[in-house]
Design a protein around this ligand. Structure first.
Ligand code: PLP
Length: 533
């Protein structure tokens, strides 16, 4: 062995040299600062051709600057979503408390599979899960859960628990032809289809139930669907309710769903379906569950205050859920991946337990401290717990109330401004989240009247097609004439999830995920609409 070469490697790559690490980090921060002066999303064009044709690897050992240089163009060419002009999706800038947490985690690089691999980091996960569970469920005796790679995986845990409830020991025996079905609303996220596919029940056995015009699952149709499935000899493993649909922030009536599935299962003498709530976006509503409307400490405006009142009542539904998905990397403004799957009752997770003899690596495992005994993943990153606890305690409950109420207030302001234009129609006027869905038609049209006729089934297929085409054409027109330095980036959804007479309704979309998106941004959005209409 060339000892000198080995020493050079260990000195450079396995010993912390503060100066060189801090210098490079400082350079990264300078790049972020430079980015803040540019319009969003226009940093550098992509070069996919060479990415595949010429993936180089250095021959000789280098130093940390080689590491920096290898990734820098891609770092620079990536939008940090710091700009207040980003309104296109449920993604915001990560907050700096989360950055501190995430950096600490990267320095120690814990593996949250078993206690002995990470010591206090597993304790931090228990703390973070309990903090989130208390926020969501209020009074719960034995909550538990784990951090996962994302909302998709958290929903997958929910689906899996349901399958184990109605077809016990599927984990060991496989589905073996069990007639398993699941139910979700039409505004539900596509990750529910992903889990139906990956869990082996098949996407065709995930049934959707239509929503009302508030984007909430229709309970009358849910009842019909349940009867139909039971009549056809199916086992209903789960109902996944949505709390805050991705586009419209539709909220399902969790308590109503609970009462329905309990009654229907009892009538048939079968195991009650698992009730999972996908609150990947909407969980942040719980920050406002204890907001005192009377004193109105944050001095939120009247409409927002009313909305908070309705939101408080909606969050009471969480108490009726068996499990919940929380994406802290969405409206928690945390780093990816910070998704949590939490159960209301700890013993539910027991259905996922492996025995220690199936895991020879972890022969000393104890399920209280060693999530590897039931998690899908083996190695698990610690970023979630670190991002969550740093954020919750840096920003604080009142800080989160301010951020969440502000996002709601900004959405309400944009909704009001848009509804004043007679050729525009806000499609989610009464949902309470950070997003605004709307139509823009050419000037002179009465968008409200057209929408109402569509809802009543009075438009001919031709008229429907032409109207929806116009909504898209106006959007394209704005895109083509967008002034990147001042006009916010919006997006376009093909379907809001509400489908009157089976018609998928597309919409323009603006989501207030960046606390810096202010009234000036809103005024400019309205101006850009007036420009194209
Ligand atoms: C984003 C989202 C998901 C998926 O979460 P990921 O973290 O992106 O995997 C699931 N459900 C809803 C409602 C979402 O908005």
């Amino acid at each position: 062995m060339d000892q000198a070469a080995l020493k050079k490697l260990t000195d450079t790559f396995f010993t912390f040299d503060r100066e060189s690490i801090l210098q490079i980090f400082d350079e990264f921060l300078s790049a972020m600062e430079a980015e803040s002066h540019l319009p969003p999303g226009s940093l550098m064009s992509r070069n996919y051709e060479t990415a595949q044709a010429n993936p180089e690897i250095h021959t000789l050992p280098g130093n940390l600057k080689d590491a920096r240089d290898a990734i820098f163009p891609y770092f620079w060419g990536t939008d940090g979503w710091q700009s207040r002009l980003h309104l296109e999706n449920v993604k915001g800038p990560a907050n700096n408390a989360s950055l501190i947490g995430a950096l600490a985690c990267l320095l120690k690089n814990p593996n949250l599979c078993v206690d002995t691999y990470c010591l206090r980091s597993n304790e931090l996960e228990v703390k973070a899960i309990t903090a989130l569970a208390n926020l969501i469920f209020y009074h719960t005796d034995s909550p538990w859960g784990v951090f996962t790679m994302g909302g998709t995986i958290s929903n997958l845990y929910g689906g899996k628990l349901g399958i184990e409830k109605v077809a016990p020991a599927t984990m060991q025996k496989g589905l073996a032809g069990e007639p398993i079905s699941g139910i979700v609303s039409e505004t539900g996220h596509y990750s529910n289809a992903t889990l139906a596919g990956w869990l082996g029940m098949g996407t065709e056995n995930l049934h959707t139930v239509a929503t009302d015009n508030q984007f909430s699952m229709r309970l009358d149709l849910l009842a019909e669907k349940i009867d139909w499935l039971y009549d056809n000899g199916r086992k209903i493993a789960f109902v996944i309710a949505t709390f805050g649909s991705t586009d419209a922030y539709g909220i399902d009536d969790i308590r109503g769903i609970r009462e329905l599935i309990r009654r229907k299962a009892a009538e048939r003498g079968v195991a009650e379906p698992h009730l999972h709530v996908d609150a990947a976006v909407g969980w942040v509503s719980s920050f406002l569950a204890e907001y005192d409307i009377e004193t109105n400490r944050l001095q939120v405006e009247h409409d927002t205050l009313q909305a908070i009142g309705r939101l408080k009542r909606a969050t009471e539904g969480f108490a009726f859920a068996d499990s919940v998905t929380i994406d802290f990397h969405k409206m928690g403004w945390g780093h990816y991946p910070s998704s949590a799957f939490i159960v209301n009752r700890r013993e539910d997770l027991g259905r996922l337990l492996r025995s220690v003899d199936q895991m020879p690596y972890f022969c000393e495992a104890d399920c209280r401290h060693d999530p590897a005994l039931f998690t899908l993943e083996c190695s698990r990153p610690g970023l979630g717990p670190y991002a969550v606890m740093a954020s919750l305690n840096g920003i604080g409950l009142q800080g989160y109330q301010t951020l969440v109420a502000n996002a709601m207030q900004m959405a309400i302001k944009l909704k009001k401004a848009i509804s004043e234009l007679e050729y525009c129609k806000v499609l989610n006027m009464d949902t309470i989240g950070p997003s605004v869905l709307f139509w823009v038609l050419p000037r002179g049209r009465d968008a409200n009247a057209i929408y109402e006729r569509l809802e009543r089934g009075e438009l001919s297929p031709n008229e429907v097609e032409r109207t929806l085409f116009e909504v898209h054409r106006m959007y394209e027109k704005r895109e083509a004439t967008l002034q990147p330095a001042v006009d916010a980036k919006l997006s376009y959804t093909q379907s809001t999830g509400y489908k009157p007479h089976g018609i998928a309704i597309p919409a323009w979309k603006a989501a207030f995920f960046n606390p810096k998106s202010d009234e000036a941004v809103i005024a400019q959005v309205v101006e850009s609409i007036e420009r194209v209409a």
